[in-house]
Design a protein around this ligand. Structure first.
Ligand code: FAD
Length: 257
């Protein structure tokens, strides 16, 4: 029997979904700009210029590969990504090195999972500060990207609309949720796993634990200057909230820990 491949096209699936969701959902469902499949992964890889990867921490204009959904779903292996980058850009240069280093982080998280198994979902170590009582609820506004803080809402909106969030914004959101909102890291871990196209148990749970300090030497936190630097001040200029990050690291540390 010959299958009708047009029924499996992205547009056909979107239309089918729209029909099934009638009555449950207002408006037309939007598709993520990430396309599945090997050809799409190859295109994404071809677009990536590893020599510009030094800008990776910049949230609004940093050059990152956006390969994670393909890596997550096995369309592209870490080794294939590394070899393709070496072949195209050579084995020299800080940016190329940094990219391969990040691929190695991914591998490292996988190795930890191999050893620890489902323990990655429990606090792996003691907190490196005096932890109080944790909440296990998401704060209001998180699920609608309406917390009132532009540096939280912009990345959350991108997450819900596309299934992707920039690494630095993931760190900011995790730090805000855990250290300012006193929500246990596992709640954020579940939220990310539900929405990220690259949602992957080891890098997800262990990165959350790294921010929390249960898999790292100290808690990760940030201040307003850091947000300004890595968004060219644009998000802070638009933000009308009473900024909880507007302090020195020393003062924030006293407030939070
Ligand atoms: C709280 C939090 C949760 C995260 N959850 C996930 C997750 O579920 N799945 C996931 O793949 N990554 C996760 N990461 C790591 C990182 O944010 C993503 O791998 C990266 O943003 C993916 O985008 P990219 O492909 O454009 O990355 P690039 O910067 O272009 O990196 C290329 C590849 O290197 C690997 N990589 C890059 N940064 C990291 C990192 N910090 N840790 C581990 N591997 C890295 C990934 O495989 C990535 O695809 C998380 C980070 C944080 C702080």
């Amino acid at each position: 029997m010959k299958l009708d491949s047009t029924k499996r096209s992205r547009e056909a699936m979107r239309a089918d979904f729209a029909e099934k969701m009638q009555g449950f959902y207002e408006g037309e469902p939007e598709m993520s700009p990430f396309e599945g499949g090997f050809t799409a992964a190859e295109k994404q890889l071809a677009k990536f210029d590893a020599r510009r990867y030094g800008s990776r921490n910049h949230v609004t204009r940093g050059h990152v590969s956006r390969l994670s959904p393909y890596i997550r779903h096995g369309v592209l292996t870490l080794r294939e990504a590394r070899d393709a980058i070496f072949q195209k850009f050579g084995r020299v240069g800080e940016s190329v090195y940094k990219f391969v280093f990040e691929l190695a982080w991914h591998q490292f998280w996988q190795e930890v999972y191999r050893v620890e198994g489902d323990r990655i979902y429990e606090d792996l170590e003691e907190y490196k500060f005096e932890a109080g009582t944790w909440s296990f609820e998401l704060p209001e506004g998180v699920e609608t990207a309406a917390t009132g803080l532009v540096c939280m809402d912009e990345p959350l909106r991108e997450l819900y609309e596309t299934g992707y969030m920039h690494n630095h914004a993931r760190m900011w959101f995790a730090a805000w949720l855990i250290h300012h909102q006193k929500v246990h890291w596992s709640v954020g871990e579940r939220l990310f796993f539900k929405h990220l196209l690259d949602g992957n148990p080891p890098p997800n749970a262990l990165s959350w634990q790294w921010v929390a300090s249960t898999f790292g030497a100290k808690p990760y936190y940030f201040n307003k200057q850091n947000v300004e630097k890595y968004t060219d001040g644009e998000w802070c200029r638009r933000c009308t909230a009473d900024c909880p990050f507007n302090s020195s690291y020393e003062d924030l540390s006293k407030i939070l820990f």
